[in-house]
Design a protein around this ligand. Structure first.
Ligand code: NDP
Length: 310
């Protein structure tokens, strides 16, 4: 933690105070000095990511003090942004932190990955890994709204119970305590897996793919089980199953759907308003707990969206 002085505000700029900071698994990838779809973090510069902030002072006609905005901002308690970098959020429509979760990047990832790539049909079986996390918990609920049989995979008994009692999942499997994941998935999905929304990769995905149905779709959203690996572990990678069962596996990043975001936000907001889509967050309090919250994602500390409230 370092203390810095901020310069004077210039015309068109606003002084912002961070309220809610998003921590996300993709930030781990930004710690590798490698070319990717987002630039790596820079040594000796603050990390940055999705932040909800309050306008403290404004030299822009578009913002006044007290406005609440969202943007991609540095992990600083206070910072200066240009008016182009900030977007106002409607705090009457939803609580500000929801714009980082269900109505933000993770909600949109669930919606577009499932609806545009998974294309679930009523009566089909949908399996989601990382099911109790920010993306997964929304995927499972949307799949239920489509009339599917929904099975979640998560890493604790509390999460398993919550998925079934509060979030309407038909079945949920604790991958940390289940000795034979292949068998458990076969039992939970007697007709095979029509859509596998993959948030984690690795051995969990191997077990799901062993149960994949003919003409299944696999939205490849995340591979958190591998983000800290320095080498991709070898193992049976199951391409023959994908081939002989005519399976479509498609990677995506949420930016692919940017032009459709208004449609996604409108649909998600409507489901939330109607009580059809429930939200949950894990909030760490205190700006100084940002690193702890980020590391917690890799230990399963969160249920729903992990957020730090300053
Ligand atoms: P989550 O809220 O799901 O947090 C991460 C969760 O992953 C943890 O709570 C933990 O839950 C689980 N996890 C951690 N390590 C492992 C492991 N080794 N094996 C299995 N599960 C593990 O994060 P998000 O919902 O934000 O993201 C979910 C996935 O989607 C990530 O892989 C992320 O990178 C990806 N993503 C992709 C996007 C895209 O554009 N393609 C956009 C946003 C996210 P548990 O207790 O169950 O282990």
């Amino acid at each position: 933690m370092v203390q810095i002085d901020l310069p004077e505000l210039k015309p068109g700029e606003i002084l912002l105070k961070g309220m809610y900071y998003s921590v996300d698994p993709y930030m781990r990838g930004r710690m590798n000095d490698a070319k990717s779809y987002v630039v790596p973090f820079e040594i000796d510069q603050p990390l940055n990511g999705g932040v909800i902030a309050e306008v403290v002072e404004s030299k822009s006609d578009q913002f006044k003090s007290g406005d609440v905005v969202i943007g991609h901002f540095p992990w600083q308690k206070e910072f200066i942004a240009t008016e182009k970098e900030a977007k106002k959020v409607d705090t009457d429509l939803a609580s500000p932190s929801h714009y980082l979760g269900v109505l933000g990047m993770t909600g949109l990832t669930a919606y577009f990955g499932l609806m545009h790539i998974g294309k679930p049909k009523a009566g089909e079986t949908v399996v989601v890994s990382g099911a109790a996390g920010a993306v997964g918990i929304v995927v499972g609920q949307i799949a239920k709204l489509q009339g599917c049989h929904v099975v979640g995979i998560a890493g604790s008994d509390e999460k398993i119970k919550l998925l079934k009692t509060d979030f309407g999942f038909d079945e949920a499997i604790n991958y940390k305590t289940t000795p034979d994941m292949n068998k458990a998935i076969a039992a939970a999905c007697p007709k095979g897996v029509d859509v596998y929304f993959d948030n984690v990769g690795g051995e969990i995905s191997d077990a799901v793919i062993k149960n994949i149905a003919f003409h299944a779709r696999i939205p490849l959203c995340g591979q958190i089980a591998l983000y800290n690996s320095t080498e991709v572990p070898m193992g049976p990678r199951l391409q023959p199953m994908l081939l002989t069962r005519s399976v479509l596996m498609q990677g995506f990043i949420i930016g692919d759907f940017q032009d459709k975001f208004p449609e996604g936000i409108q649909q998600l907001a409507q489901w939330v308003k109607e009580g059809k889509l429930k939200t949950t967050e894990t909030i760490e309090y205190g700006f100084e707990n940002l690193p702890k919250a980020l590391l917690g994602l890799f230990k399963g500390d969160n249920t729903g969206k992990m957020i730090v409230e300053a």
